[in-house]
Design a protein around this ligand. Structure first.
Ligand code: CMP
Length: 482
């Protein structure tokens, strides 16, 4: 910033000095013109007027050049920058300066050499045209490509672009007569000639656009996807330069050989800083996974030797499952052995958020206890889902079809990642034999839930009446004695 300031100060100083010098020289030439003329005439008889005119032409051209610079500074540095808020393209500035200078030069030339026809001088000289044309072939190519880039306005100073087959990436610093100037992320300057750039595909990440980035990482198959999505989203959403306007997307890209492969898509406030932000996002993920005891996957191969337990429930969470079943109200009459027996014949099933555990209308021969998570019971009315109930840890569902043999009465959908314990028909039958109360309390719950499905407030009398009818059908279905 300070270096810029002092450079600008020096430029203004040089400009003022040059203007003063030119003004002084012009003043001197005009005030001493008769004396100079007389002196030149005395020294060399011919050509004296020519020399004086040439001096005048040079001095006026210098004055014109300085005026054009001042005008360009006024138009582009003051008016353009204040109105548009960004630096004017160098090429536009140069074309402006060239056109104004040429006009001024022609005017000055005509004034000083009134008898020379400047137009004819250029148009009649065919050889001159050919020489200039050949010499300037590349330069003119770049120049016109530069003009078409400006007319198209595919990018501006400050945008990040990727250009050329070598994929030069960086922030655009300017477009000159010859080239696009890019500052790369290693702080190098790359110049891509305008004519080359015009032929290549250019990827533009405009400053005013919400540009996105993709970041990849891998986790172990043993870690739950729903948890990883939650943890990673939380970890990155408030990281510096990650836009709050769009929530980052965390999604599974591939089920790889040794890891679940993830992709994060996030949007940046300032795309030019994407390297730092990518690094920050990766760092945040590392800490978040460490805090929550989740793990990155290394390219390892784990050999699992499968030892099948007698039942899926008799695993490392065996006691947890027994505790869960003990807390289910309808199973309260069961003895400790019976609960253990029930636990060992139940199977744990895990569902992702939004997955359907039970689909209305299907046949079902098992019931479920919510072990971890939450589910919701939904019925479809006039083609739209209506939520009937939310069931939490320790609640059970699926008993209606299991105990009555009827099709499933509702959809049951996991609200979050949910683990349920599935209990089949065969596991329940011996329990009914030894616990006559069990069928009774279950039939009461079924009657209550049926009333809930009908969307009416259940009247206790009608629930009791229906539950008596249900009890009989449960007894028949399971072949129990009354
Ligand atoms: P089932 O009919 O086998 O399958 C859908 C399950 O949703 C059903 O058993 C019950 O367990 C459950 N269900 C139905 N209606 C209600 C309700 N009103 N409240 C709670 N759970 C219900």
């Amino acid at each position: 910033m300070t270096a810029n300031h002092s450079r600008q100060k020096n430029r203004i100083l040089a400009f003022v000095l040059a203007t003063a010098l030119v003004a002084l020289a012009l003043g001197l030439v005009y005030s001493f013109e008769p004396a100079i003329r007389a002196d030149l005439d005395r020294r060399m008889s011919a050509g004296s007027i020519g020399l004086l005119n040439l001096t005048k032409l040079l001095l006026w051209s210098a004055a014109a050049y300085l005026s054009v610079r001042a005008l360009a500074a006024f138009v582009f540095d003051l008016i353009f920058r204040v109105r548009r808020g960004y630096e004017a393209p160098t090429l536009a500035r140069n074309i402006f300066s060239l056109v104004v200078f040429t006009l001024l030069f022609v005017l000055i030339f005509n004034r000083i050499y009134a008898d020379v026809n400047l137009g004819a001088l250029f148009t009649t000289s065919a050889i001159f045209g050919v020489i200039i044309g050949l010499a300037l072939q590349d330069t003119l190519g770049n120049f016109f490509a530069g003009i078409s880039l400006h007319a198209d306005r595919p990018f501006q100073v400050g945008d990040v672009i990727v250009v050329g087959q070598q994929k030069h990436t960086g922030v655009v610093e300017g477009i000159t007569w010859r080239a696009i100037k890019i500052r790369t992320f290693q702080n190098h300057i790359v110049l891509v000639s305008n004519s080359n750039a015009a032929k290549e595909a250019i990827e533009v990440c405009p400053r005013e656009n919400l540009n996105a980035r993709l970041i990849y990482f891998g986790t172990l198959y043993t870690d739950s996807p729903a948890r990883i999505i939650h943890v990673v989203r939380e970890a990155i959403h408030d990281a510096e330069n990650v836009s709050r306007k769009i929530t980052p997307i965390v999604r599974i890209r591939n089920l790889g050989e040794s890891s679940i492969e993830w992709e994060i898509k996030y949007w940046l406030d300032d795309y030019a800083k994407y390297n730092d932000t990518d690094a920050l996002v990766r760092q945040r993920i590392w800490y978040a996974l460490r805090r929550t005891a989740l793990s990155f996957a290394f390219p390892t191969r784990t050999i699992h030797v499968e030892r099948r337990p007698a039942s899926a429930a008799v695993g490392k969470d065996g006691q947890g499952i027994i505790d869960r079943l003990l807390a289910v109200e309808v199973f309260a009459p069961l003895s400790a052995e019976e609960t253990e027996q029930l636990a060992s014949s139940s199977a744990s099933r895990i569902f992702a958020p939004g997955e359907m555990v039970i689909r209305a209308g299907e046949q079902g021969s098992s019931m479920f206890v919510v072990h971890n998570g939450r589910v919701q019971v939904q019925v479809t009315e006039n083609g739209r889902p209506r939520n009937v109930a939310v069931l939490n840890e320790g609640d059970f569902f699926g008993e209606m079809a299991l105990f009555t043999g009827e099709p499933r009465s509702a959809n049951v959908v996991a609200i979050e990642e949910t683990e349920v314990l599935e209990i089949g028909h065969a596991a329940m039958k011996p329990l009914f034999d030894s616990n006559p109360d069990l069928a009774e309390s279950i039939s009461y719950i079924i009657a209550e839930r049926r009333a809930g499905l009908a969307a009416g407030a259940a009247e206790t009398a009608s629930v009791i009446k229906e539950s008596a009818g249900l009890l009989n059908s449960i007894r028949r279905f399971f072949g129990l004695r009354s």
